[in-house]
Design a protein around this ligand. Sequence first.
Ligand SMILES: Nc1ncnc2c1ncn2[C@@H]1O[C@H](COP(=O)(O)OP(=O)(O)OP(=O)(O)O)[C@@H](O)[C@H]1O
Length: 462
Amino acid sequence: MTKNAWGKVRSKLRETVGDHNFITWIAPLELADIRDGVAVIDAPTNFIANWVDRNFADHIQRALNSEGAGLHRVQIRVVPKSQRAAQPQAADSAEAPDTAPHPAASAAASAVPGDELPGAPLDQRYTFDNFVVGKPNALAHAAARRVAEGASVTFNPLFLYGGVGLGKTHLMHAIAWELQQRNPEARVLYLSAEQFMYRFVQALREKQIMDFKSLFRSVDILMVDDVQFIAGKESTQEEFFHTFNALIDQNKQIVISADRAPGEIKDLEDRIKSRLQSGLVVDLHPTDYELRLGILQQKADLNRANYGDVSIAPDVLEFLAHRITTNVRVLEGALTRLFALASLLGREITLDMAQDALADILRTSDRKVTVEEIQRKVADHYNIRLSDMIGPKRLRTIARPRQIAMYLAKHMTTRSLPEIGRRFGGRDHTTILHGVRKVEELRGTDSQLAEDLDLLRRLLES
Ligand SMILES: Nc1ncnc2c1ncn2[C@@H]1O[C@H](COP(=O)(O)OP(=O)(O)OP(=O)(O)O)[C@@H](O)[C@H]1O
């Protein structure tokens, strides 16, 4: 069995066990050998090996057999990462939550032998390579890159903040991956503020607070995600403050993320606020259309690799970038749903299918542009009367703007063709469809019209 075939088996497993299980349990495994009908699989820790053996061995055997391996057994053995042959970084990404050491945490953890290991798993997809840069996140990305270079500590802490699903966690993981790759010895510790609190409380309960302190003070880089979580939790804040100060004093890099700026986190002690502000504070702005389109194009390419046979009509990505403006996670979810559906049905992803399959998402992120607003803006733009939008005139100077309004109504609202027809003076849905198609066709050849469409869209979205 070649590495390539193992790659295929892994993709299959990802489909059967789901993303979350895959990242946590399957991604860290390596196929070591197949002999006499037995596949030998290496796992990096006892914990993962046991879990996989109990829960996923059958899946793995079936997936390998579907590639012609002819197995009657799968044997999972423990081979710590450091003892494995060189292998791609991506395959080693994630480990079990809580109980198993993460590669990024292992060095730090081993500083206190026998202690509970505090690191959180890193997602192998969250790398700089997979992060699309646009105007809204350029500064945060540049700052993250600088920290990931691991050279001299220039701003400490780096504080990243921004709304839900705008890429804070992605950037934090990317920093951790990069640092680890550049310097495998570096003791990088990434965890959420919630996990920090959990570890702290556990250490208190088990009277191991000195171990806890020395563990956290022995890391080279500490990364704490969603720090707003410790607001209102006094003793955790206190401990966090001391850890923070100890690391800064030793010139160790700290990276923090939160959903808002330090000064805006309620119930956070002032001395912590001011500490958090003492380095570089950068925010991830809400995405703009171009960034959303860039992200969608990248995710569509990744999805194509998973669902090889699915094709997607070009206007679908533009439609999604226009319509789903809430956050990148929702955007990703929408695209995944379309690919899964198209693959199940064996169909191309078209605009109609997208509108249908994503009606729930589109409704909630609908900016509530109405057909009437569209008609008004288009009439203004082309200097025609609003009544001509719904009237019967067939003059080109009136009929074309009307068709443009039909096109925008189809693309920017969730109204069906008959519903749009009713709002255009009771026209039949086939007339609307004809208008939409006409504009779609002209858009490719008439650059003035394409520009008008863009402008009108922006006006309607603002
Ligand atoms: N610029 C980007 N390029 C590629 N993917 C992105 C980008 N921004 C966000 N994402 C993706 O969007 C999803 C949500 O991002 P992430 O989890 O990092 O958000 P977050 O800001 O930490 O959100 P939360 O506040 O919910 O913790 C992830 O799958 C991430 O990969």
